[in-house]
Design a protein around this ligand. Structure first.
Ligand code: GLN
Length: 384
């Protein structure tokens, strides 16, 4: 064996892969990795077949199929009153994770500091480290996980290059509020700091709340990469198609990396998605579709020993299990998988320091039978 110096010595296989594999092995109900267990629209599948039959089988243009970029602009303009240019300010990516990686590589140089808020989705820190950047993480406190902006101010110095925000938030299901936007705007106003805004759950927002996209606020949009996911929008996470919005001067640099990382994204998919998005109900119906699932799942969980945390957005519900066990969350999660047949995600994996608040994350993007079966198992679960 030739010695290899690992670029990411601390990193193993992601918790999502690990838990989904465990769930498949022992035949449990998989509420761990976030993905729907029901089919996406047959109309969309038909449109993809048609695109293939129509001969859209060669490379798409590097930044993405023009019609899809235009549909993205129409959607974002309609929802947020923004004015992105489809030619220069939108790039179709191979999913949200690739967009995050590319955006981080676009702006982070060795020695640059990047502020992230933990619990944080797992792909941010490795990308920062691979670019030679330094992760400055701030822990948010349950149950509300609000960003402590006074502490953010203290962390900022002339090496701070990027702040990564994520709303609706994975794993905590919280969302940015109006006052967060005011604080963020005031903080970055006099600084050369970029923003990476992970908005992959943008349409999964409940109780009539507004999604505070960076695209809504010109002062923030002019320094932001806004990242979104068609997988969440179309209930098809396996297709791995997403997009990034950024002002032209940033997008120009983003595309220099994108073109050598993936060159271009699956072409028939893009033609089909562009057609499908002509009907705005595709996205305007999503909040009520998922809110129904959230409400149903929460009502069921309320009958168990688990304690519910708030859920304002995303398709995740966090629960505390202190009425059932004192174990750490990883051990408890494994026990729940083996003994109750429910796979979840222990939230300590979203912290650099593995901070354990005895909280699990459960995905409710599931059909009613799955949710019913899960609730029944959770209700009957009595740890030995
Ligand atoms: N976003 C998904 C989740 O949080 C996982 C995506 C992945 O496995 N990379 O469950």
């Amino acid at each position: 064996m030739i010695p290899i110096q690992s670029k990411l010595p601390q990193v193993g296989t992601t918790i999502f892969t690990t838990m989904s594999a465990l769930a498949a092995e022992v035949g449990v109900i998989n509420l761990s990795q976030g993905f729907p267990d029901y089919e996406c629209s047959p109309v969309l599948i038909e449109l993809i077949n048609e695109a293939m039959k129509d001969g859209h089988n060669q490379y798409a243009p590097m930044p993405g199929v023009a019609a899809l970029r235009q549909q993205v602009v129409n959607k974002v303009n309609k929802l947020h009153g923004s004015n992105y240019n489809a030619d220069t300010e939108v790039t179709i990516t191979a999913g949200g994770t690739q967009a995050v990686f590319t955006a981080i590589s676009t702006v982070v140089n060795p020695g640059d500091e990047v502020i992230i808020f933990e619990p944080a989705f797992d792909c941010y820190a490795p990308a920062i480290k691979l670019m030679g950047g330094i992760v400055k993480s701030l822990e948010l406190e349950p149950p509300n996980y609000r960003i402590p902006w006074d502490m953010v101010k203290k962390l900022i110095n002339n090496r701070t290059k990027l702040i990564i925000i994520n709303s609706p938030h994975n794993p905590t299901a919280t969302i940015l509020q109006e006052d967060d936007i005011e604080e963020l705007t005031a903080i970055i106003r006099s600084q050369d700091i970029f923003i990476l805004s992970d908005e992959v759950y943008e349409h999964l927002i409940y109780d009539g709340q507004i999604h505070h996209s960076m695209a809504r606020y010109p002062e923030l949009a002019e320094r932001s990469f806004v990242i979104a996911s068609f997988g969440k929008l179309f209930h098809a996470t396996g297709w791995k198609v997403g997009y990034c919005l950024a002002p032209a001067y940033l997008m120009n640099e983003f595309r220099k990396i994108h073109q050598y990382l993936v060159f271009s994204v699956n072409s028939p998919m893009q033609y089909a998605m562009a057609k499908y998005l002509e009907d705005e109900h595709v996205y305007t119906d999503l909040p009520s579709f998922f809110q129904q699932k959230r409400d149903y799942f929460r009502a069921g969980l309320a009958q168990t020993q688990f304690e519910l945390l708030p859920c304002y957005g995303s398709y995740f519900q966090s629960v505390k299990y202190q009425n059932l066990s004192n174990q750490n969350d990883v051990d408890f999660c494994l026990q729940l998988t083996k003994e109750a047949g429910i796979a979840t995600i222990p939230t300590s994996v979203f912290y650099t320091r593995q901070t354990d608040h005895h909280i699990l994350r459960l995905c409710f993007a599931k059909n009613q039978q799955t949710l019913d079966a899960a609730i029944e198992r959770l209700m009957n679960f009595k740890p030995l």
